[in-house]
Design a protein around this ligand. Structure first.
Ligand code: SF4
Length: 51
């Protein structure tokens, strides 16, 4: 289980100072569907909620 998740998405309601994610859990999926990513930029946090 991931702990101490670092994140730079400042406009997410779970984001907190120090680039920390304050959500109890997050879900990350592959952009465009499927279950395999080739690059970091193809992954996406779907727990994001805009403030
Ligand atoms: S939920 Fe996702 S986008 Fe939001 S702070 Fe956590 S890791 Fe970042």
């Amino acid at each position: 289980m991931a702990r101490d998740v670092k994140c730079t998405v400042e406009n997410c309601k779970f984001w907190s100072e120090g680039r920390e994610c304050a959500a109890s859990a997050i879900e990350v999926n592959v952009d465009g569907g499927g279950q395999k990513a080739n690059y970091t930029k193809e992954t996406n946090c779907h727990t994001f909620q805009a403030k």
